[in-house]
Design a binder for this molecule. Structure first.
Ligand SMILES: [Zn+2]
Length: 213
């Protein structure tokens, strides 16, 4: 379908996320659609995705499928992706996950407290499957005071090794492994100079070390 490989890639990844696919296959997801969520799409995106997953996984094995209905549903709510030009796969995946999330979001009150209470009792499936929490620790180099923070995340942007593709001795392959990229992401970093940390113990900006743990 034109240059929509960005969409194909995102759909292949997401539809092979088995717990989410099981949810759309084995559950009447239409019952969970929130058609009045002001930041959703009246259920159109979740419904189009759910139907696509059903067609993909219940069709005959090996059949190819042109997801034209799904593409039209996306075009109708997101003009940015109209046409058959190339787009960024991460941008599309982010849009799709957020849209499915909001379309299946049973919370109608926007209040933060209500949302928090809701999460405690009944987390939506997208949060269960795709959100995580980062634990990062900052340590003052002077007094060794450590501060730990937790941040929720939906996407991790991991760095690529600079020497990827060269003879770095890690097997000679040209693509670095995901594990290697995540290792780099978790590597210790120093904060100093302009980025110095204000240590609450020393009560001054000091050099510090940040670490994801
Ligand atoms: Zn300190």
């Amino acid at each position: 379908m034109g240059n929509t490989c960005f969409m194909n890639t995102a759909l292949q990844c997401l539809s092979n996320c088995i717990p989410l696919t099981d949810y759309f296959l084995g559950y009447d997801f239409k019952k969970e659609i929130n058609a009045t969520n002001p930041i959703g799409f009246k259920g159109a995106v979740a419904e189009a995705y759910g139907l696509l997953v059903n067609t993909l996984w219940q069709g005959a094995r090996g059949d190819a499928l042109a997801p034209s209905d799904f593409k039209s549903a996306i075009d109708a709510v997101m003009p940015h992706f109209q046409g058959y030009a190339q787009h960024d796969v991460h941008e599309f995946l982010a849009f799709l996950l957020d849209a499915v999330h909001e379309d299946l979001n049973r919370v109608e009150a926007a209040a933060r407290e209500a949302w928090r209470g809701y999460l405690l009792r009944n987390k939506p499936i997208i949060v269960d499957l795709f959100q995580g929490q980062l634990r990062s620790s900052l340590q003052c180099r002077r007094c060794l005071h450590t501060s730990v923070t937790f941040d929720p995340f939906m996407y991790l942007s991991v760095p690529m090794p600079r020497d990827s593709g060269s003879s770095s001795g890690d097997g000679g392959g040209s693509a670095p492994s995901l594990e290697r990229c995540i290792e780099l992401f978790c590597e210790e970093e120093s904060l100093s100079g302009e980025n110095a940390w204000f240590c609450p113990k020393c009560r001054t900006a000091t050099a510090a070390t940040v670490r994801m743990v």
